[in-house]
Write a new protein. Structure first.
Lengths: 302, 275
């Protein structure tokens, strides 16, 4: 068996529950990512998605299990893994450009000032912010701040990009625009991305595979759904693809009806679901359940 | 309608005129309606009753003093500028020494909960001590009145800086620390490029409180140690019963204190950031 780029093996997180006992948020998380893949992870609040991402980032420690990237165990944070946080985490005393310069300098300490600046500006331009180089984060809208944050992460060219619900705090219109930008920048760079989202449509638009998590406590990554829509994708046209609706219905059905009880394969790896090939067991067919899941999808998005 | 600033300025000036007018009227010498008694003649016509000098007299004196602030005519007759310069020098020396200790130690206890817990009891006991209470001990140990005054300034300005630095450093948002961690910054680099700018507004607030306290304390300290300085000057003029000079120097203490505070306020503006 050939080794994958990133291998997560038997990860679990246990917290004291405050009454002398223990609470297992998630357990025996197993998955692998290949180089260049875009993978989203969806699950209800409290299943520990953010904790998994923080463990991958090296900002948090798992109670058991390990993460191996490129054959090396992940211990502590590192520049080969870039993180985009939900609350942007820009340094408010630095301008948009200097927030990126700061990161680029950390990544390539030997670069000349000029080279760092040119490189940083290029990435800000990629997210359409070349007019706001010298503005402080407080002078930028939420959407613009998140663009700076995304540009910062891409500018350091990490081997693995971790996005923790990057669009969670944005309004729907802004979110759409930045999703398009993320698609564009990802098509250009083809970086490996692991992203948390609550938004089913966002997951389908962006990812090659979608991990579905069952509910916590004792949450697992139960299924891995292949998104069979080829790149490049666009928000405006993706609705026309029949695979889009099939995938969407499947995801919503999982989140609404099955996330409480779903389990992975016996060996702990997520069940592989390939909707195009009809391997799946159940998709909601009747018109009635269709409308139900539509409503539910909106609730999940909100 | 004039802008708010103009109206406020007009109102300020009229309050000043009103207050000075009342003061002037209340402190007029009584009319010498009768011929002077023998005793009065012997006293050169001086009042028996001592009075607060009227503002006109204070202004006249202020004009004379300020037009030649740096004259030096012996130990007890130096210009107001020289006296203020001595005080500012003592305040700044003590203050900078306090800064040199308070900022690193504050950083340390802000970063390390262990050090915070270990040092906090001492800080809590030492902090409420009136700085002047240290004076006898300082005089005995240091054996130099000037250095003792500086020590008193040091000890009174250290606490607000220390506590604010610790508080600012301890409360830097975890997100920003995480940014430093994910970019593999060294501890020193993290301290200088992330924690220091993040905590700077809180630290500057502490420094501003400290300079205010130091300026309050220097007057009292110089009254005790004597020799030079604005505190000594006030006390000396009181001993001379020169109340106009006392009032004038009180005003100068206020003006210099305000300037020190303004300077720190400007510095605070420089490091402030909006989230």
């Amino acid at each position: 068996m050939s080794k994958s780029f990133l291998e997560v093996d038997g990860l679990s997180k246990v917290y004291p529950d405050g009454q002398g006992g223990e609470l297992t948020v998630f357990e025996d998380i197993r998955f692998a990512l290949e180089k260049g893949e875009f993978v989203c992870i969806i699950g209800h609040s409290g299943c520990g998605k953010s904790t998994i991402l923080n463990v991958l980032a090296g900002l948090d420690e798992a109670s058991a299990g390990n993460v191996v990237m490129n054959g090396k165990e992940v211990k502590g944070p590192g520049l080969e893994r870039g993180v985009v946080f939900q609350n942007y985490s820009l340094l408010p005393w630095k301008t948009a450009l200097n927030n990126i310069v700061f990161a680029v300098q950390a990544r390539w300490p030997k670069w000349s000032k000029e080279k760092v600046k040119v490189h940083s500006e290029r990435y800000l331009k990629m997210v359409g912010l070349d007019h706001a180089l010298n503005r402080k984060p407080s002078q930028l809208s939420g959407g613009m701040r998140q663009r700076v944050s995304i540009a910062r992460a891409f500018a350091t060219q990490p081997e693995l990009l971790l996005l923790d619900e990057p669009f969670g705090a944005l309004d729907a219109l802004t979110r759409g625009v930045i999703q398009d930008e993320l698609v564009k920048i990802w098509e250009e760079t083809r970086q490996t991305v692991f992203m948390i989202t609550h938004d089913v449509d966002e997951a389908i638009l962006l990812s090659d595979r979608i991990f579905l998590m069952s509910n916590g406590p004792n949450a697992r990554i139960a299924e891995s759904v292949k998104v069979d829509i080829h790149h490049p994708r666009a928000r405006a046209t993706i609705f026309q693809n029949p695979a889009y609706h099939k995938t969407r219905d499947y995801l919503v059905d999982f989140l609404v009806n099955r996330s409480g009880s779903a389990l992975p394969e016996k060996d702990g790896s997520p069940k592989v679901v390939e909707l195009a090939k009809g391997v799946t067991q159940s998709t909601p067919a009747s018109a009635e359940s269709e409308t139900e899941s539509e409503t539910a999808a909106r609730a999940v998005n909100a | 309608m004039a802008s708010l600033n103009v109206r406020a300025a007009l109102l300020s000036v009229s309050f000043l005129i009103l207050a000075l007018g009342l003061w002037e009227m209340a402190t007029q010498p009584p009319e010498a309606d009768a011929a002077m008694t023998e005793y009065e003649r012997l006293m050169g016509g001086a009042d028996q009753e001592s009075r607060v000098p009227p503002p006109s007299e204070v202004i006249k004196l202020a004009w004379a003093e300020l037009s030649n602030p740096f004259y030096d005519a012996g130990a007890n007759d130096k210009g107001i500028g020289i006296q203020l310069a001595y005080s500012v020098y003592r305040v700044l020396t003590g203050y900078l020494a306090a800064m040199a200790i308070a900022l690193p130690v504050g950083f340390l206890i802000g970063m390390s909960p262990l050090m915070y817990k270990a040092l906090n009891p001492y800080i809590q006991v030492l902090r409420p001590i009136s700085p002047l209470a240290w004076m006898p001990l300082a005089l005995f140990i240091i054996q130099d009145s000037d250095a003792s005054a500086i020590f008193v300034i040091f000890i009174c300005s250290i606490w607000p800086m220390l506590l604010n630095t610790a508080f600012g450093v301890a409360n830097v948002r975890q997100d920003w620390v995480n940014v430093a961690r994910t970019h593999e910054l060294s501890p020193i680099k993290t301290a200088l490029t992330v924690i220091l700018p993040a905590a700077a507004p809180t630290i500057l607030t502490g420094m501003r409180i400290s300079i205010g306290i130091a300026w309050l304390v220097i007057v009292a300290a110089e009254m005790l140690v004597g020799g030079t300085g604005i505190g000594y000057y006030v006390w000396n003029e009181w001993n001379n019963l020169d109340l106009a000079s006392v009032i004038f120097s009180i005003l100068m203490i206020g003006v210099v204190g305000m300037l020190l505070d303004l300077a720190l306020g400007k510095a605070q503006k420089l490091v402030e950031y909006k989230e």
